[in-house]
Design a protein. Structure first.
Length: 541
């Protein structure tokens, strides 16, 4: 374990400097003046080149920006900055001075964002790209930011450095989309990386603690926070008033503290461990240093201990699926019976697919011998534990309020496309689970949710449909197969009659006969109705 420390350094070796407030203000002003924003870059590149860039394909954007470089001054300046930071094309000092007249090349060098290249050019030392999100319907929130991270595999040659600081990736944006946003006093971003989750938390948390085992990662986060201080409502001279940066492993930096909300995109990648392996041999942005899926297991077990009563945690993770076992066999063993738990598996891959994904991620395929040895090590490692597949998904945890009992213990697989952001729908699902636990369902009056439609399928000439389906158009977009009696119940849910009254009417219509069991019919239908409420097909009137 690494001892935890408060991180306040503004000048960390081989990372951008955050102790030069004047230079940071000049850089932000320059980037803003040329329209270096998400929309500005998309407009400059056009749909095709911008789409290719999102797939890490640079050539179309290189062609577009080369033409734009001879355009009017603002367009030429934006093209130069896009070529320099997003496409990793070296530029002359004169070109950068013209594009960024406030900070100029000398200031970029001082901040550690660029370095000299061949033939009198300078090249990007880090990736610096626009990032943001739209305002809410009520006009609140929203931000236009710039995020520094290490250059990615498609921007630089060779295998990534082991202390690589990851930028805006699919996993980080997935966690942004699944997080349920609510106002909290204290939030924790566990394994902050370059700070993406902290940026979002600052818009609904009074104070954020951001931790990482990597000092370089915390240096990038500190730089990003201060570069975007205005948009993030931070006092650049008193960062600690709203953000505490802590260096340390897992929950060590926050031992004895509690938070209303924890989010984490932890280093969950399952990587072969070798005898005598040092931390410097691991990719700190993805490898937790523990064998198998132990890093995720440890977090699932421990996170409830740092939550306030009714506090929640949301994280991403991998889990190993043993040969012949169910995907949720291991996750069920991690989950505390004293906490609310919800696992959603979004993907499942073979050991071979898993090895290929993560070897490509770090550009280890560029070294043929390293690639072959590492691939074999992955397969041997999984085989040693009889692993048949690896699952990926999202995890939601809650510590029950004082005196309350857990109401949710759910393990499900949803691999089809869902609505994004899905965070609000996950929050609504929790509210429905709480409502069911607190109310007598038989006395409730229900309505069909606005996004729900019904489908009926029957053979030509058949008197009755053979299949009746309810479909959600929003959220998790579930489909539910209905029995005849449940379909009849849903059709009667207009808020007028109670659940018990509708069930009584259905029993009078369908019941009778020697084998009829009124109690079984009523309890079975009530359970099915509860499931429809839990999943959001039916809502309290």
């Amino acid at each position: 374990m690494t001892p935890s420390t408060h991180f306040t350094a503004g000048n960390t070796p081989d990372a951008p400097r955050s102790d030069l407030p004047g230079q940071l203000e000049s850089l932000a002003a320059d980037l803003r003046s040329i329209g270096y924003t998400v929309d500005g870059v998309a407009e400059l590149l056009g749909a095709a080149a911008h789409g290719a860039l999102s797939r890490d394909q640079l050539v179309p954007a290189l062609i577009v920006t080369e033409t734009a470089s001879s355009g009017e001054p603002t367009t030429a300046a934006l093209a130069a900055v896009v070529r320099f930071w997003l496409l990793a094309e070296p530029q002359s000092a004169a070109t950068l001075d013209a594009a960024l007249p406030g900070i100029r090349t000398a200031g970029l060098l001082e901040l550690g964002l660029v370095e000299p290249a061949a033939e009198g050019l300078v090249q990007a030392k880090v990736d610096l790209r626009p990032y943001g999100w739209e305002k809410n319907d009520d006009g609140s929130g929203g931000a236009e930011l710039w995020v520094a991270s290490d250059l990615a595999a498609h921007q630089r040659p060779g295998v990534l450095r082991h202390d690589h600081v990851l930028g805006i990736g699919q996993a980080s944006t997935t966690l942004v989309q699944v997080t349920t946003r609510r106002h909290v006093a204290r939030a924790l971003d566990l394994g902050t990386g370059c700070g993406i989750q902290t940026f979002h938390l600052l818009h609904h948390a009074e104070h954020v603690t951001a931790t990482d085992i990597s000092g370089r990662a915390l240096a990038f986060t500190r730089f990003n926070l201060l570069l975007n201080a205005g948009q993030l409502h931070l006092d650049a001279l008193d960062l600690e008033a709203r953000v505490s940066l802590r260096r340390g492993s897992l929950l060590d930096p926050v031992a004895g503290e509690e938070f209303e909300l924890v989010v984490s995109n932890p280093p969950f990648v399952i990587t072969p461990r070798s005898p005598g392996e040092a931390a410097a041999d691991q990719f700190t942005y993805r490898d937790g240093g523990l064998p198998g899926d132990d890093i995720v297991a440890a977090l699932v077990r421990a996170l409830p201990s740092v939550l306030t009563p009714a506090g929640t945690a949301q994280l991403l993770g991998n889990w190993e699926i043993p040969a012949g076992g169910a995907w949720d066999e291991r996750p069920r063993g991690w989950a505390s019976p004293d906490a609310d738990v919800w696992f959603i598996q979004r993907e499942q891959v073979s050991p071979e697919q898993y090895a290929e994904t993560w070897l490509q991620d770090a550009s280890e395929a560029r070294d043929r011998r390293l690639y072959q040895d590492s691939y074999a090590a992955y397969l041997d490692d999984f085989a040693s534990r009889h692993v048949e597949a690896i699952g990926f998904g999202m995890i939601w945890l809650r510590r029950p309020a004082n005196g309350a009992r857990p109401v949710l213990r759910r393990f499900e697989e949803i691999t089809y496309p869902i609505e994004q952001p899905v965070g609000p729908h996950l929050g609504a699902a929790l509210e429905r689970a709480d409502w069911l636990a607190a109310h007598d369902l038989s006395a409730a009056h229900l309505l069909v949710a606005e996004d729900v439609t019904e489908e009926r399928h029957q053979r030509p000439g058949a008197e009755h449909p053979g299949v009746i389906l309810l479909r959600q158009g929003a959220g998790l977009r579930r489909t539910n197969l209905l029995s005849t009696e449940l379909a009849g119940f849903v059709s009667a849910c207009d808020g007028d009659l109670s659940v018990g009254q509708i069930i009584g009417a259905l029993e009078a219509l369908l019941g009778g006969g020697e084998d009829w069991d009124s109690g079984t019919f009523r309890s079975g239908l009530l359970t099915e109705v509860g499931n429809l409420v839990r999943d959001g097909f039916l809502l309290p009137a």
